[in-house]
Structures are given as structure tokens and as C-alpha cells.
Design a protein around this ligand. Structure first.
Ligand SMILES: Nc1ncnc2c1ncn2[C@@H]1O[C@H](COP(=O)(O)OP(=O)(O)OP(=O)(O)O)[C@@H](O)[C@H]1O
Ligand SMILES: [Mg+2]
Length: 253
């Protein structure tokens, strides 16, 4: 499917590119806005505009049900597989629990990580999660320049939200080669352990929709476009849906 290019998001793209080129102190960009404001297509533009050579992974939590184990496993797969994660592998192998045959070939990927994280009690689980997180960061800090994009943060599991907001972003703060973008109807709250750039998305004003309808050869009056933008506060999905509908009807007449 052809990539949808967002209207009027040049400032956000500039903020992203400035961050990625290392010109800001912050390396965490949070994009919060309600549904249909264009977070996902903007994050797609970020991905498109990044340099091709840097390490990159994008995770969208939109389906829900992504556990921490699943997240580790998917990130490892997207970032080069087990060969690039020797420290994570050693940590997984190193646990002394005879009830878990961690070396078994039957226990792979996510299952192996799940077994590791599944300690006897909450305290043990926390200790293991911290140890696995440290091993994971030792590996990703060795990948060179790295960009991680997370979309639909609000749909991630509560445990994942907490882990990303605390342990993960705190370590990102101390990982000079790693850049992170998180988009969602909700994003992590401020935390004194890390600094970020926040870019809430605004509505799109009429002049951009004028160009949009002209570029598609649609016949829509300027006044109608202005009214649509006013009614919907420039909300892109709503304005676009109405203009597209009107454009179809208009072209029939
Ligand atoms: N800046 C924009 N210019 C033109 N169209 C846009 C823009 N932003 C959004 N749209 C339209 O709205 C649709 C929905 O956008 P998108 O999926 O990115 O929203 P979202 O903020 O990710 O919503 P959700 O929170 O539900 O995931 C896009 O497919 C596109 O048609
Ligand atoms: Mg989205």
C-alpha cells in the first residue's frame, strides 16, 4: 500500500530529525494525541526519513496483549536475532533453576524469556527483570546508532507500560547512541530520571486541505473546507473523511 504522507507535520519531522542528528540534549520524543490525529502516519514518516544505515525497530502495541517477554523477544528478532544479543543469551542460560530446562531446544524465544522472568515471588521476578534489562541494554548499546519507535502505547500491558516508563527510559537516558519515539493516545508521564521532547499534535488548518483537494482534482468550496475544519477543530481523520465524501459526491454532479 502507498505510504500516506501527512499534511502540515513539517515541524514534527524537523523536531525528529534534529533529535536524531544529535543536536538536542534529549533523545526521547513523545507524541501524544487523540485517535485519528495522525500519530501512526507521522511515526511512519519518521521511519521513512531516518538514515538507512542505523539500527532500527518499530513495535506497535495496537492489538494489545504484548507481555514484557514478548517485547524482549520481538525487539531481539528485529535487531538482528540471537547473534546480536550475547549478553541476553548468557543471562538466560545462567539461571540456576533445575525445574526449568532453559537449554532445551523446545524452549525458544519468548518462552525461554517468559520462563526466566517467572520467578518464585514478586521480589525474585523484579530482580530477574532488572538483570535481563541490564543484559538487554548491554547488547543494544553495542549496536551503534539505534532508533526504537513504539506506537499505540496506551494499548500495551500495564506491566509493559511501567517497564517502558521506568526501567527502560531511565536506561535510555544513559545510552547516548539510542533514540526513542513513543506515540499514543497516552504516553509515559514525566519522570525525573529521564528528559524528553513532547510534541502533542494540533489540528490541520484549512489552507492545507485546500491544497489536498486541489491535488486530488476534487471540487470542494473553500467555505465548506473552512466550515469542516471549524466543526472538527482540524481533526485530520474527520476532516479528510468528510472532504473525501464530499469530493466523491461533488464529482458526480
Ligand atoms: N496530517 C495528516 N494529513 C492528512 N491526513 C491525515 C493526517 N493525519 C491523519 N490523517 C488521516 O487520518 C488517518 C488516521 O491517522 P492515524 O492512523 O495516523 O491516527 P492515529 O493518531 O494513529 O490514531 P489512533 O490513536 O486511533 O491510532 C490517516 O490514515 C489519514 O487518512
Ligand atoms: Mg495510531
Amino acid at each position: 500500500m502507498a505510504r500516506e504522507i501527512p499534511l502540515d507535520r513539517e515541524d514534527e519531522l524537523l523536531a525528529f530529525n534534529t533529535m536524531l542528528s544529535g543536536k538536542t540534549d534529549e533523545r526521547i520524543l513523545l507524541v501524544e494525541a487523540q485517535s485519528g490525529m495522525g500519530k501512526t502516519i507521522l511515526l511512519g514518516e519518521f521511519e521513512h526519513s531516518k538514515p538507512k544505515r542505523i539500527a532500527f525497530a518499530k513495535i506497535d502495541f495496537k492489538g494489545g496483549g504484548t507481555s514484557i517477554a514478548e517485547l524482549f523477544s520481538r525487539l531481539r528478532d528485529k535487531l538482528g536475532g540471537k547473534a546480536k544479543f550475547p549478553n541476553l543469551g548468557n543471562e538466560l542460560k545462567g539461571i540456576l533453576n533445575p525445574s526449568i530446562d532453559i537449554s532445551s531446544n523446545l524452549m525458544l524465544g519468548k518462552n525461554q524469556i517468559e520462563a526466566y522472568l517467572n520467578g518464585q515471588d514478586e521480589q525474585e521476578r523484579q530482580v530477574r527483570l532488572a538483570a535481563l534489562t541490564d543484559a538487554f541494554f548491554t547488547d543494544i548499546r553495542a549496536l551503534g546508532k539505534l532508533l526504537l519507535i513504539f506506537d499505540t502505547f496506551e494499548k500495551s500491558d500495564e506491566s509493559v507500560k511501567k517497564w517502558l516508563s521506568d526501567s527502560f527510559l531511565s536506561r535510555i537516558q544513559n545510552s547516548p547512541n539510542i533514540f526513542v519515539v513513543i506515540g499514543g493516545q497516552e504516553v509515559p508521564e514525566d519522570n525525573f530520571e529521564w528528559d524528553c521532547i513532547r510534541r502533542p499534535l494540533e489540528g490541520i488548518p484549512p489552507e492545507h486541505w485546500n491544497k489536498y483537494v486541489k491535488s486530488r482534482g476534487m471540487k470542494v468550496h473553500d467555505e465548506y473546507i473552512r466550515a469542516c475544519c471549524k466543526i472538527f477543530g482540524g481533526h485530520p481523520l474527520n476532516v479528510k473523511t468528510h472532504l473525501d465524501g464530499f469530493g466523491v459526491e461533488g464529482s458526480k454532479s
